[in-house]
Ligand binder design. Sequence first.
Ligand code: TXA
Ligand code: MG
Length: 290
Amino acid sequence: MKTQVISPENLEEAIHFLKNGIPIAFPTETVYGLGAQIFNDNAVEQIFAIKGRPTDNPLIVHVANLDQAISLSQNLPPIFFRLAAKYWPGPITLVVEKDPSISTVVAGGLTSIAIRMPANPIARKLIAAVGPVAAPSANLSGKPSPTNAADVLEDLDGKIPLIIDGGECSFGIESTVLSLMEETPILLRPGSITKEEIEAFLNLKIAEPHRGTLIRSPGMKYRHYAPRAKIRLAFSEAELKGYCIIPKEKTLYAEFRKADREGASEIVIDCTKKISSALMNRIEKASKTW
Ligand code: TXA
Ligand code: MG
């Protein structure tokens, strides 16, 4: 299959593919997504196959408005509406009870569903035209998420018909994932919207993931975001030898991919300055050797 990279002015072709059950890649403000209409199980199954993603790792469903979010879920707690009003559209995903009518394929067999309203205008136009779109990051499973169209092409060339080129993502790191399935919200994945910021807004404590959370967020048990090169953390100037990068949320994944293209065997991460918890989370996952 020939993969076209198209400019976002004309979304007709992208809409056509989605409506016909064929996954395509599109930009969001966090990272690029590989999307399919959520009501088409076959299309959603193709997403798992294209990425080589384990089928028990559920996908985030992207919505254009609050009504769509409500239609996918049930028993939404008041805190959901407060968070949605404050942060949507934006880089935060909320895990809530799934409406039983929604297929378990998208939810990886869980009774919950992860929902996000992206801010990127191209993503919003697309979702407004086709309805809720399930979309994981548009990389091969385990690799760093793509933050521009060329990086999507590097992983998915020949596997999908179309990539919408929306330029560089403004955040460059995946959304914060917060579970509202229990009384106390649980931070399943740190992101640009920080735990501290959400705690201050809600005026309550958010729980950190603990061992049992592995089951709640299947994504946490897999190696992620990883370049081919080995990763070494340098905490002092003396350790800064070799292929060094200064980690930044917006550029980390692009730097990982660049190092691989340049054939670096080791990437040294400069940890001598303060690193956000979202960034440290990705670096730790990428440094795992399993
Ligand atoms: O910024 C983002 O979130 C990007 C863009 C495309 O929106 N998407 C993204 O999707 O990062 P993905 O599939 O790469 O990561 C989704 C994460 C996984 O760790 C998954 O396990 C978790 O969300 N997740 C999805 N549904 C869940 C659920 N029902 N319960 C717990 N965790 C869930
Ligand atoms: Mg991903």
